[in-house]
Design a protein around this ligand. Structure first.
Ligand SMILES: Nc1ncnc2c1ncn2[C@@H]1O[C@H](COP(=O)(O)OP(=O)(O)OP(=O)(O)O)[C@@H](O)[C@H]1O
Length: 237
């Protein structure tokens, strides 16, 4: 469970997040809002790139804000960025293995874990392909596998469907739905594709100008007049 309490972030005169509190306790949770609403800032607070002016964050009861970013990774925090981080000269298998190479588990169990996650994302048959030869979608799937090895507890996706076709976005959505069952990790997804959020997220947080304007079951939230008003003139909900 991820608990965010009273988190405020300021960049000079801009209040990017204003006393945001929310408790995510479902397997897959969404964060939506118009441009500049504070979505990425909230993920940056969780991953440790941005230090809030005030507030607390706990994951499974453990305070996360005092932990340096690498300690959060050790705790089980994973993040997939809009632009995937795939090494061009390594194979798909090696790109994923690098994530857990330092762990003390026996080599055989690390290999088995990488193979299992490549099978889950549908890349087992391309494990030997080098990064430079991958399509955009294959890079995304490899990046997801990287997030799933090493016992993740919280996996965050920042616009995972950006640049994907409708079919790829659907496949990615189905994969994201499987993460909790396969690894036990909770998932947080930011995306402008409201249909993706509607399909895969049990609960959704809506931010607007750094404030929480709605939170709860996704269908109810998307039907909320305040949410529709926030999107008016920008995007369809
Ligand atoms: N490093 C920074 N320095 C100054 N201002 C920032 C910084 N990062 C974000 N902001 C500002 O904070 C506000 C929230 O930005 P943020 O990127 O979190 O929004 P967002 O909801 O992710 O938007 P988008 O959907 O466009 O990605 C915006 O006004 C933005 O200009």
């Amino acid at each position: 469970m991820l608990e965010i309490e009273d988190v405020t972030v300021r960049f000079g005169g801009v209040v990017a997040l204003s006393a945001v509190s929310v408790r995510f306790d479902k397997p897959v949770n969404g964060i939506i809002g118009p441009n500049g609403a504070g979505k990425t800032t909230l993920m940056n607070v969780l991953s440790g790139f941005v230090r809030p002016a005030s507030g607390r964050v706990s994951g499974d009861g453990e305070a996360l804000l005092p932990l340096a970013p690498h300690r959060r990774a050790h705790w089980g925090l994973r993040r997939s960025f809009q632009k995937e981080e795939i090494a061009d000269d390594l194979t798909v298998f090696e790109n994923v293995l690098v994530q857990i190479d330092h762990s003390r588990s026996p080599a055989r169990s690390k290999t088995a874990e990488v193979e299992a996650m490549l099978a889950l994302v549908g890349m087992a048959d391309r494990a030997g392909k080098i990064g430079a030869a991958l399509s955009g979608f294959e890079r995304r799937l490899t990046d997801v596998a990287k997030c799933l090895v090493g016992r993740p507890r919280l996996v965050m996706f920042d616009e995972p469907a950006g640049g994907m076709s409708v079919d790829e976005s659907r496949q990615l959505g189905a994969l994201i739905r499987q993460i909790h069952g396969a690894t036990g990790a909770q998932v947080l997804v930011i995306d402008h594709d409201v249909e993706l959020i509607r399909t895969i997220c049990e609960d959704t947080l809506v931010l607007d100008f750094g404030r929480r304007i709605a939170f709860g079951p996704t269908a109810e939230v998307l039907d909320d007049p305040r949410v529709k008003a926030a999107y008016l003139g920008t995007e369809e909900v």
